[in-house]
Design a protein around this ligand. Structure first.
Ligand SMILES: C[S@@+](CC[C@H](N)C(=O)[O-])C[C@H]1O[C@@H](n2cnc3c(N)ncnc32)[C@H](O)[C@@H]1O
Length: 236
Protein backbone atom coordinates (compact mmCIF):
# COMPACT_ATOMS: atom_id res chain seq x y z
CA UNK A 1 0.00 0.00 0.00
CA UNK A 2 1.40 3.39 -0.99
CA UNK A 3 0.74 5.87 1.78
CA UNK A 4 1.82 9.39 0.71
CA UNK A 5 1.02 11.21 3.98
CA UNK A 6 4.61 12.33 4.58
CA UNK A 7 5.01 13.73 1.08
CA UNK A 8 1.57 15.33 0.77
CA UNK A 9 2.47 18.87 1.88
CA UNK A 10 5.33 19.00 -0.65
CA UNK A 11 3.83 16.87 -3.40
CA UNK A 12 2.61 19.71 -5.66
CA UNK A 13 5.87 21.59 -5.33
CA UNK A 14 7.92 18.55 -6.34
CA UNK A 15 5.63 17.48 -9.19
CA UNK A 16 5.27 20.94 -10.69
CA UNK A 17 9.06 21.36 -10.66
CA UNK A 18 9.17 19.26 -13.82
CA UNK A 19 8.52 15.75 -12.50
CA UNK A 20 5.30 15.22 -14.51
CA UNK A 21 3.86 17.16 -17.48
CA UNK A 22 0.16 17.27 -16.63
CA UNK A 23 -0.96 18.96 -19.84
CA UNK A 24 0.61 16.22 -21.98
CA UNK A 25 -0.75 13.48 -19.72
CA UNK A 26 -4.28 14.80 -20.25
CA UNK A 27 -3.67 15.24 -24.01
CA UNK A 28 -2.97 11.51 -24.08
CA UNK A 29 -6.03 10.57 -22.05
CA UNK A 30 -8.31 12.61 -24.30
CA UNK A 31 -6.90 11.66 -27.69
CA UNK A 32 -7.17 7.90 -27.14
CA UNK A 33 -10.95 7.79 -27.47
CA UNK A 34 -14.33 8.94 -26.23
CA UNK A 35 -15.69 8.42 -22.76
CA UNK A 36 -18.62 9.80 -20.78
CA UNK A 37 -17.29 8.79 -17.39
CA UNK A 38 -13.77 8.37 -16.05
CA UNK A 39 -12.13 7.09 -12.88
CA UNK A 40 -8.61 8.03 -11.76
CA UNK A 41 -7.00 5.41 -9.52
CA UNK A 42 -4.58 7.11 -7.11
CA UNK A 43 -5.51 10.71 -8.02
CA UNK A 44 -3.30 12.20 -5.28
CA UNK A 45 -3.68 15.99 -4.97
CA UNK A 46 -5.83 16.17 -8.12
CA UNK A 47 -3.32 17.72 -10.53
CA UNK A 48 -4.45 15.53 -13.44
CA UNK A 49 -8.13 15.88 -12.54
CA UNK A 50 -7.87 19.67 -12.53
CA UNK A 51 -6.55 19.66 -16.09
CA UNK A 52 -9.07 17.00 -17.14
CA UNK A 53 -11.96 18.88 -15.50
CA UNK A 54 -11.12 22.05 -17.42
CA UNK A 55 -11.04 20.21 -20.72
CA UNK A 56 -13.97 17.83 -20.12
CA UNK A 57 -16.54 19.91 -18.21
CA UNK A 58 -19.44 17.61 -19.12
CA UNK A 59 -17.77 14.29 -18.35
CA UNK A 60 -18.47 12.53 -15.07
CA UNK A 61 -15.09 12.35 -13.30
CA UNK A 62 -14.23 10.38 -10.15
CA UNK A 63 -10.91 10.27 -8.33
CA UNK A 64 -9.98 7.77 -5.61
CA UNK A 65 -6.95 7.70 -3.34
CA UNK A 66 -6.07 6.05 -0.04
CA UNK A 67 -4.04 8.95 1.43
CA UNK A 68 -6.40 11.33 3.20
CA UNK A 69 -3.86 14.19 3.29
CA UNK A 70 -3.47 13.99 -0.52
CA UNK A 71 -7.23 13.86 -1.06
CA UNK A 72 -7.77 16.91 1.21
CA UNK A 73 -5.54 18.95 -1.11
CA UNK A 74 -7.41 17.56 -4.14
CA UNK A 75 -10.72 18.47 -2.58
CA UNK A 76 -9.65 22.14 -2.14
CA UNK A 77 -8.22 22.28 -5.65
CA UNK A 78 -11.26 20.76 -7.34
CA UNK A 79 -14.13 22.36 -5.44
CA UNK A 80 -15.06 24.57 -8.42
CA UNK A 81 -15.73 21.52 -10.63
CA UNK A 82 -19.29 20.23 -10.23
CA UNK A 83 -18.49 17.22 -12.47
CA UNK A 84 -15.62 15.90 -10.29
CA UNK A 85 -16.13 13.68 -7.22
CA UNK A 86 -13.51 12.27 -4.88
CA UNK A 87 -13.53 9.24 -2.64
CA UNK A 88 -11.11 7.98 0.02
CA UNK A 89 -10.58 4.36 -1.00
CA UNK A 90 -7.88 1.72 -1.09
CA UNK A 91 -8.01 0.17 -4.56
CA UNK A 92 -7.95 -3.31 -3.00
CA UNK A 93 -11.40 -2.64 -1.54
CA UNK A 94 -12.71 -0.01 -3.93
CA UNK A 95 -16.47 0.17 -3.90
CA UNK A 96 -18.24 2.83 -5.96
CA UNK A 97 -21.82 3.10 -7.08
CA UNK A 98 -21.18 2.96 -10.79
CA UNK A 99 -19.07 1.58 -13.62
CA UNK A 100 -16.88 3.84 -15.77
CA UNK A 101 -16.07 3.97 -19.50
CA UNK A 102 -12.43 4.63 -18.70
CA UNK A 103 -10.22 4.00 -15.67
CA UNK A 104 -6.66 5.29 -15.62
CA UNK A 105 -3.74 5.54 -13.28
CA UNK A 106 -0.70 7.74 -13.77
CA UNK A 107 2.06 7.26 -11.20
CA UNK A 108 -0.82 5.95 -9.11
CA UNK A 109 -1.32 2.33 -8.12
CA UNK A 110 0.10 0.68 -11.27
CA UNK A 111 2.43 1.98 -13.97
CA UNK A 112 4.78 0.69 -16.65
CA UNK A 113 8.45 1.51 -16.93
CA UNK A 114 9.75 1.80 -20.47
CA UNK A 115 13.53 1.89 -20.80
CA UNK A 116 14.74 2.11 -24.41
CA UNK A 117 14.49 -1.21 -26.22
CA UNK A 118 14.26 -3.23 -23.00
CA UNK A 119 10.96 -4.94 -22.40
CA UNK A 120 8.59 -2.72 -20.37
CA UNK A 121 7.74 -3.93 -16.88
CA UNK A 122 4.90 -3.06 -14.52
CA UNK A 123 5.40 -1.45 -11.13
CA UNK A 124 2.76 -1.63 -8.42
CA UNK A 125 2.34 0.38 -5.22
CA UNK A 126 0.85 -2.84 -3.84
CA UNK A 127 3.83 -4.89 -2.65
CA UNK A 128 1.84 -8.12 -2.15
CA UNK A 129 0.77 -10.17 -5.14
CA UNK A 130 -2.61 -10.96 -3.54
CA UNK A 131 -3.41 -7.25 -3.19
CA UNK A 132 -2.74 -6.77 -6.90
CA UNK A 133 -5.26 -9.50 -7.69
CA UNK A 134 -7.79 -7.95 -5.32
CA UNK A 135 -7.24 -4.45 -6.70
CA UNK A 136 -7.60 -5.49 -10.33
CA UNK A 137 -10.66 -7.56 -9.56
CA UNK A 138 -12.24 -4.49 -7.93
CA UNK A 139 -11.23 -2.22 -10.84
CA UNK A 140 -12.60 -4.72 -13.33
CA UNK A 141 -15.90 -4.54 -11.46
CA UNK A 142 -15.96 -0.76 -12.01
CA UNK A 143 -15.18 -0.62 -15.76
CA UNK A 144 -17.91 -1.08 -18.36
CA UNK A 145 -17.61 -3.95 -20.77
CA UNK A 146 -15.89 -2.51 -23.88
CA UNK A 147 -14.37 0.18 -21.65
CA UNK A 148 -10.69 0.85 -21.13
CA UNK A 149 -7.93 0.85 -18.53
CA UNK A 150 -4.95 3.14 -19.20
CA UNK A 151 -1.80 2.70 -17.11
CA UNK A 152 0.86 5.41 -17.21
CA UNK A 153 4.34 4.98 -18.63
CA UNK A 154 7.37 6.26 -16.74
CA UNK A 155 11.06 6.41 -17.60
CA UNK A 156 13.70 4.22 -15.98
CA UNK A 157 14.17 4.51 -12.23
CA UNK A 158 17.45 5.72 -10.86
CA UNK A 159 18.92 7.44 -7.84
CA UNK A 160 19.29 11.19 -8.13
CA UNK A 161 19.20 14.50 -6.30
CA UNK A 162 18.10 17.77 -7.90
CA UNK A 163 16.88 21.22 -6.86
CA UNK A 164 13.16 22.02 -7.10
CA UNK A 165 11.71 25.48 -7.75
CA UNK A 166 11.98 26.78 -4.14
CA UNK A 167 15.67 25.78 -3.96
CA UNK A 168 15.17 22.68 -1.80
CA UNK A 169 16.80 19.45 -2.96
CA UNK A 170 14.58 16.51 -3.90
CA UNK A 171 16.27 13.11 -3.95
CA UNK A 172 15.29 9.50 -4.40
CA UNK A 173 17.09 6.26 -3.73
CA UNK A 174 16.07 2.86 -5.06
CA UNK A 175 17.08 -0.45 -3.48
CA UNK A 176 16.10 -3.75 -5.14
CA UNK A 177 14.17 -6.09 -2.84
CA UNK A 178 12.27 -9.35 -3.04
CA UNK A 179 9.96 -9.21 -6.11
CA UNK A 180 10.42 -5.45 -6.43
CA UNK A 181 12.20 -2.50 -4.87
CA UNK A 182 12.12 -0.01 -2.05
CA UNK A 183 12.14 3.68 -2.91
CA UNK A 184 13.22 6.37 -0.44
CA UNK A 185 12.10 9.93 -1.15
CA UNK A 186 13.67 12.97 0.55
CA UNK A 187 13.32 16.71 0.45
CA UNK A 188 16.11 18.75 2.04
CA UNK A 189 16.34 22.41 2.94
CA UNK A 190 20.11 22.84 3.31
CA UNK A 191 21.02 20.38 6.07
CA UNK A 192 17.39 19.83 7.22
CA UNK A 193 15.45 16.87 5.87
CA UNK A 194 11.93 18.34 5.66
CA UNK A 195 10.32 15.24 4.13
CA UNK A 196 11.21 11.57 4.13
CA UNK A 197 9.06 8.74 2.81
CA UNK A 198 9.85 5.11 2.07
CA UNK A 199 7.61 2.87 -0.03
CA UNK A 200 7.80 -0.76 -1.14
CA UNK A 201 6.89 -1.61 -4.72
CA UNK A 202 6.26 -4.85 -6.53
CA UNK A 203 7.51 -5.46 -10.08
CA UNK A 204 5.88 -7.64 -12.76
CA UNK A 205 7.56 -8.54 -16.04
CA UNK A 206 5.58 -7.54 -19.13
CA UNK A 207 4.28 -11.08 -19.62
CA UNK A 208 3.35 -11.43 -15.96
CA UNK A 209 1.54 -8.09 -16.11
CA UNK A 210 -0.42 -9.09 -19.23
CA UNK A 211 -1.42 -12.37 -17.58
CA UNK A 212 -2.45 -10.61 -14.37
CA UNK A 213 -4.48 -7.95 -16.17
CA UNK A 214 -5.92 -10.51 -18.59
CA UNK A 215 -7.23 -12.58 -15.68
CA UNK A 216 -9.51 -9.64 -14.79
CA UNK A 217 -10.69 -9.04 -18.36
CA UNK A 218 -8.18 -6.38 -19.39
CA UNK A 219 -6.62 -7.27 -22.76
CA UNK A 220 -3.55 -5.46 -24.01
CA UNK A 221 -4.35 -3.03 -26.80
CA UNK A 222 -1.03 -2.01 -28.38
CA UNK A 223 -0.81 1.51 -29.73
CA UNK A 224 1.90 2.39 -32.22
CA UNK A 225 2.07 6.08 -31.54
CA UNK A 226 5.27 7.55 -30.18
CA UNK A 227 5.26 9.93 -27.25
CA UNK A 228 2.31 8.25 -25.60
CA UNK A 229 2.12 8.41 -21.82
CA UNK A 230 -0.01 5.26 -21.37
CA UNK A 231 -0.32 1.55 -22.12
CA UNK A 232 -3.91 0.68 -22.86
CA UNK A 233 -6.10 -2.34 -22.04
CA UNK A 234 -9.60 -3.08 -23.30
CA UNK A 235 -12.17 -4.62 -20.99
CA UNK A 236 -13.80 -7.70 -22.53
C1 LIG B 1 2.76 9.40 -7.25
S1 LIG B 1 1.16 9.73 -6.61
C2 LIG B 1 0.29 10.09 -8.14
C3 LIG B 1 -0.84 11.07 -7.96
C4 LIG B 1 -1.46 11.60 -9.24
N1 LIG B 1 -1.93 10.54 -10.10
C5 LIG B 1 -0.51 12.51 -10.00
O1 LIG B 1 -0.20 12.19 -11.15
O2 LIG B 1 -0.08 13.53 -9.46
C6 LIG B 1 0.53 8.13 -6.18
C7 LIG B 1 -0.82 8.18 -5.47
O3 LIG B 1 -1.35 6.84 -5.45
C8 LIG B 1 -2.00 6.66 -4.21
N2 LIG B 1 -2.09 5.23 -3.91
C9 LIG B 1 -1.07 4.37 -3.69
N3 LIG B 1 -1.53 3.15 -3.38
C10 LIG B 1 -2.90 3.23 -3.42
C11 LIG B 1 -3.95 2.30 -3.19
N4 LIG B 1 -3.69 1.04 -2.80
N5 LIG B 1 -5.24 2.71 -3.33
C12 LIG B 1 -5.51 4.01 -3.68
N6 LIG B 1 -4.55 4.93 -3.90
C13 LIG B 1 -3.26 4.56 -3.77
C14 LIG B 1 -1.12 7.43 -3.21
O4 LIG B 1 -1.83 7.75 -2.03
C15 LIG B 1 -0.71 8.65 -4.02
O5 LIG B 1 -1.58 9.75 -3.79
Amino acid sequence: MGDYTNMSAYYDLIMTSGYYDYEKIVDNIIKEGNFNSVLEIGCGTGLILEELGQRKPRTEIMGVDLTEAMLNIASERLQKFSNISLSLQNVTLIDLEKKYDLAFSYGGVWYFVVDGDNEPFMVSHLADDEDNHRGLERISHHVNSGGRLMLGIQGPHHDYAKPIKNGMIYSQKITPSDAGFTKEYYLADDADIVMAQTLRYRVYSFDEALALLGKYGFDYHPTVEHGTHFIEFRKS
